[in-house]
Every structure is written in structure tokens, then in C-alpha cells.
Ligand binder design. Structure first.
Ligand SMILES: NC(=O)c1ccc[n+]([C@@H]2O[C@H](COP(=O)([O-])OP(=O)(O)OC[C@H]3O[C@@H](n4cnc5c(N)ncnc54)[C@H](O)[C@@H]3O)[C@@H](O)[C@H]2O)c1
Length: 393
């Protein structure tokens, strides 16, 4: 049983708010933590809805202004699960108030915002984390272990794809994810941020980027217009401009000489959350598909030719990261477990004052690649990642 408590203030209570709430609740049930997370206060804009959410998920109190969460002396951790536009202001205010910060991805809307967030967190000396949860999938951890053990050899290729299809319908409304002001960019930030984070984790830093983007649907119904038009059965709905790309393709060179490709789309019909990577090296190869997240495919170049082929490893043995705390082998885990693993490592880092990754430095490095991709798509040329941008202040 943990001796201390860590009081959490969660801002945003929808998709990620739920994923985080279950993680803050479950972490201490399944893992031995140095401090027990207390679900202290949750914040959203609608009083009724945030109160219902607090009741349902066991948050002790609720607020409707995020600044009041940060002002509270009894909050140790600020968890940012809001649209991307708010990450910057909330993270900086939280850092200045001395709170540890658990922040959703994409980290920020720009490199400038990311650099300011890192500077504030570093100056305050708080624990800072960017939630690229896929790093905490046991099969992905196994991929890293095989690479570190030299089983893949010299790395030649990264091939990443993150394909979804949720906005193929032109009547899908103009939500915050489709507006540059609130999201920064489209799948280049939303989806490629996860892929770039994994590529940096598994292959290394990226030095040069070439990119292309496309916007397939220029205007969409305004969310409020959609609701009222449905109620009235109206044909004509007021529309607004989509100000982000719908798909982004990116080619990169890694500092270690490897070549990489990234595909990100919300228009890949048939693909729901198809997040895959392949890594090819001089001694072996790896393949991962999030929709089969308990498995890692491994090709061993040392196998005899007659028996060569990709083998599928079910990463559910107690020797695989985090698994000993869950179920017996073969009793698979799911999407939400990655969030619990993130909370477990975050609590450890906050209590013992040890670093956690990916942190705001990684968030900035990732944003440098993603923003370079957007610049390349505009200019049509290669963009070198500026090595003179300070990553650690
Ligand atoms: N880690 C992942 O895989 C993953 C998946 C989805 C989304 N995300 C990221 O998580 C963040 C939230 O995404 P989501 O899908 O949960 O969005 P969402 O639209 O489902 O929820 C956003 C929440 O923020 C709240 N909010 C908005 N403005 C607010 C304000 N001014 N004050 C307080 N609360 C406010 C909303 O009420 C809502 O509860 C985004 O940065 C997104 O990119 C990460």
C-alpha cells in the first residue's frame, strides 16, 4: 500500500478524460506505487456534464475553469486532456504553480509553443510527460529490447503508417480537430506525432524531412448547424472552412543514416485505427500493428533459410514489460492498459524525481519534425531539422 498520495487535477473529460480517469484509478490497484493517485478534481466547461462525469468516475470535486484547478494548493499533478490549443497555456500555468504535468499529444500547435512549455517545466523542476501512450505497449517495449540487444543489427528502414477513416463522410462536422487554430494541424500532428515519437524511440533522431499533404474536403457543416439541421431535417447546413490537411506523407532521414517513411490519413476507408510500423535492419526485421497490439512480428536473419519467416510473438509473458501485473500468459491486454502503464511510470518519476520519457524535450523534438514536414509540404523541398534550436534549456 502506498504511503503517500498524489492529488490529480484532470482538465477535459471526454475521450482522453475517460482513458486517463481509468488509468489514475487502476494504476494503484494493479501496481505497487510509491504514491496513490487521488482523483481530486476534474474540470470541464459544462457544469452539469462535468458533475455527472465526476460522480460516475469517482472524482472528488469538479471545476468549470481550469485556472481554479491550478490555483489549488491540494493539487499535485495537472493532467491536460483538452484540445491541443489549450496545452500551452495550461502547461505553463501549471509549471509556474509547481505542479507535475501529464500532457496529451500532440504536445503543442507549434515549435514555438513547445519550446516555451519545455522552458517553463524545466525552470520549475517539475515532472513533465507527453502522453505518447504507444511507447508503453509491451509489444513495442519488446521491439525496443530486441533492437537494443542487437537482434535487428544496423537499422536501414522505418516504415510507419497511421490510417483512420472517421471523416470520409463530407457531412462529418467541422470539429476542433479540423481547425488549425484549435489543433495546430491535421493528421500530420494528430497521427504522425505518435509515429514520429515511436520512430525516435526505436530508430533515433530525425535530421531531414520531405513531405506532401492534401486536403480532400474544403468545407464542412458547423457542429452547431449540424445539430440544429438534424433536428429540423434541413438539407442546407451552414458550413465552415477546413483549415488543416486531411492526409500527410513524409520521407525522412535519421541521424544514424536510416531512411524512413510516414503515412497519416483520416481518409483511409476500411482502416479504423491502423497504426503500424516496420523496421528493417542488417540482422532482422520487426512489424507491429496496433489493432493486434499484443503481438510483435520478428524476422531473424540468422535462422536457417529453410525455416526463415516472420514469427509472431505474443507479448503476454511475465517477462514482457508491465505484464506480470496483469493476467496469466495469453490473457491479452488492451488500449486502456497503455494509459495505466503511463500513470505508473509517471507516479514513479514524480515521487522519486527521476526522468520519464517521452517528456517535454521529446515533445519539442517531435514538434520540430512535424513542423518541418508542414514547411516542406508548402515549399516542396527538403527541410533540415534545426539543430541550433535548444532542446534542453
Ligand atoms: N493519446 C492518444 O492516443 C490520444 C487520442 C485522442 C486524443 N488525444 C489528444 O487528447 C486531447 C483531447 O482529445 P479528446 O479526443 O479527448 O478531445 P475531446 O473533444 O473528446 O475532449 C476534449 C475535452 O476538453 C474539454 N475542454 C475544451 N475546452 C476546455 C476548456 N476551455 N476548459 C476545460 N475543458 C475544456 C471538453 O469539454 C472535453 O471534455 C487532444 O490533445 C488530443 O489530440 C490523444
Amino acid at each position: 500500500m502506498a504511503e503517500h498520495e498524489l492529488n490529480v487535477g484532470l482538465i477535459g473529460y471526454n475521450f482522453m478524460g475517460k482513458a486517463h480517469s481509468q488509468a489514475w484509478r487502476n494504476a494503484a490497484l494493479y501496481f505497487d506505487l510509491a504514491a496513490k493517485p487521488t482523483l481530486k478534481v476534474v474540470c470541464g466547461r459544462s457544469r452539469d456534464r462535468v458533475r455527472d462525469f465526476a460522480d460516475r468516475w469517482g472524482w472528488q470535486e469538479y471545476e468549470t475553469d481550469w485556472r481554479r484547478v491550478i490555483d489549488r494548493d491540494d493539487v499535485d499533478v495537472v493532467d491536460i486532456a483538452t484540445p491541443t490549443a489549450l496545452h500551452h497555456d495550461i502547461a505553463i500555468a501549471a509549471a509556474q504553480a509547481g505542479k507535475h504535468i501529464f500532457c496529451e499529444k500532440p504536445f503543442a500547435r507549434s515549435v514555438d509553443e513547445a519550446a516555451r512549455m519545455l522552458a517553463a517545466a524545466a525552470a520549475a523542476g517539475v515532472t513533465h510527460y507527453v502522453n505518447h501512450n504507444y511507447r508503453r505497449c509491451p509489444a513495442v517495449r519488446l521491439a525496443r529490447r530486441l533492437i537494443d540487444d542487437g537482434k535487428i543489427g544496423r537499422l536501414f528502414h522505418w516504415r510507419g503508417a497511421y490510417l483512420q477513416s472517421w471523416i470520409v463522410d463530407p457531412e462529418f462536422p467541422l470539429t476542433w480537430q479540423l481547425q488549425a487554430e484549435s489543433a495546430g494541424a491535421g493528421p500530420q500532428f494528430d497521427l504522425n506525432s505518435h509515429s514520429v515519437d515511436l520512430a525516435r524511440y526505436l530508430v533515433g533522431d530525425i535530421s531531414t524531412v520531405t513531405s506532401m499533404t492534401a486536403r480532400f474536403i474544403a468545407q464542412r457543416p458547423l457542429p452547431s448547424a449540424t445539430a440544429t439541421a438534424f433536428q429540423r431535417g434541413a438539407q442546407q447546413r451552414e458550413r465552415g472552412e477546413v483549415t488543416v490537411e486531411d492526409a500527410a506523407l513524409m520521407l525522412v532521414q535519421f541521424e544514424n543514416g536510416a531512411l524512413g517513411s510516414f503515412e497519416a490519413s483520416r481518409f483511409a476507408l476500411g482502416r479504423k485505427n491502423h497504426h503500424t510500423f516496420e523496421i528493417y535492419g542488417s540482422r532482422g526485421a520487426l512489424r507491429f500493428n496496433l489493432e493486434r497490439m499484443n503481438e510483435l512480428e520478428y524476422f531473424c536473419g540468422d535462422d536457417s533459410a529453410e525455416a526463415q519467416g516472420f514469427r509472431t510473438i505474443l507479448a503476454t509473458e511475465p517477462c514482457h514489460d508491465y505484464i506480470a501485473h496483469w493476467w496469466p500468459p495469453g490473457h491479452t491486454i488492451g488500449y486502456e492498459h497503455e494509459f495505466t502503464h503511463a500513470v505508473v511510470d509517471f507516479v514513479d518519476a514524480a515521487v522519486h524525481r527521476t526522468p520519464i520519457e517521452p517528456n517535454f524535450r521529446d515533445g519539442l523534438a517531435c514538434m520540430q519534425v512535424l513542423e518541418a514536414g508542414l514547411r516542406s509540404a508548402r515549399s516542396g523541398g527538403h527541410v533540415a531539422i534545426a539543430t541550433n534550436t535548444p532542446i534542453s534549456p
